[in-house]
Design a protein around this ligand. Structure first.
Ligand code: AMP
Length: 235
């Protein structure tokens, strides 16, 4: 049996970090983030890829069939033969049902749905403040403020919003934001969509006894320890 886990949590709840931990400690099963898969299509110039980029920039969801197809292709890669951690998927009961059917055909099932709970103000600060160095190191302009030089620069054409310029004090490395994080309106839309779409999913999976709640407003290590308990019990 493989280990198939769904990590649920609003943008900024720390799903990516915890998925990294699970990959390392549970047989290398890959994290499958539909957001990352869609972002990776950025370099494609076909109509579908362009349409996806547009919807993402507006903070809207991609349609279910397109999303399921992208996940199916990803699950067929050899590294996903023994399980996967789904991050940002499923986002609708239709996607959830599709995933269950797909796994059932292979004699597999979802082991647990880990729900990472955090208040939405903290989630906004985590997403809006998130910046990354060229080497891939992540920082936050609010929680790591003492290590960073942070400036809000007037837009060259005096448009709103101003631009963020952030560098690491110790190294002078320039930090960049994910385009969809730089746009406060897009983050708020994502949070709204999360609130609206999560409840039906929680209801759907609760009926099957799969939902396990974790307090995500703790240190990374404390959240990891809670997730470990859940996964060891579910295996
Ligand atoms: P994320 O990084 O998970 O927040 O995803 C970024 C964006 O990708 C979302 O705002 C959606 O536009 C799109 N997306 C990611 N996962 C899904 C999904 N399961 N269903 C529909 N759209 C998705």
């Amino acid at each position: 049996m493989g280990l198939y886990i769904i990590l649920m949590g609003v943008q900024g709840s720390g799903k990516g970090t915890q998925a990294g931990y699970i990959t390392q400690n549970y047989g290398g099963i890959p994290q499958i983030s539909t957001g990352d898969l869609f972002r990776a299509m950025k370099t494609r110039t076909d109509d579908l890829a362009k349409q996806i980029q547009q919807l993402m920039a507006e903070g809207k969801l991609i349609d279910d069939d397109t999303t399921n197809k992208v996940v199916e292709d990803r699950l067929q890669q050899p590294d996903a033969a023994n399980g996967a951690i789904f991050d940002g998927f499923p986002r609708t009961p239709y996607q959830a049902q599709w995933l269950e059917n797909y796994l059932a055909k292979k004699g597999e099932k979802i082991a647990a749905v880990v729900l990472m709970e955090i208040n939405l103000y903290d989630a906004f600060r985590r997403a809006f403040g998130r910046v990354t160095s060229p080497s891939g190191q992540g920082y936050n302009i609010y929680t790591d403020a003492e290590n960073l030089d942070i400036k809000w620069i007037e837009h060259p054409e005096k448009l709103f919003p101003p631009r963020l310029e952030a560098t690491v004090k110790a190294t002078g490395e320039k930090l960049v934001r994910r385009p969809d994080d730089a746009h406060a309106d897009a983050i708020i839309k994502r949070i709204d969509i999360f609130k609206k779409t999560t409840q039906p999913l929680i209801d759907y999976f609760s009926g099957k006894g799969l939902v396990k709640t974790v307090n995500a407003d703790q240190t990374v290590e404390a959240v990891t320890a809670d997730i470990k308990k859940i996964l060891d019990a579910a295996k």
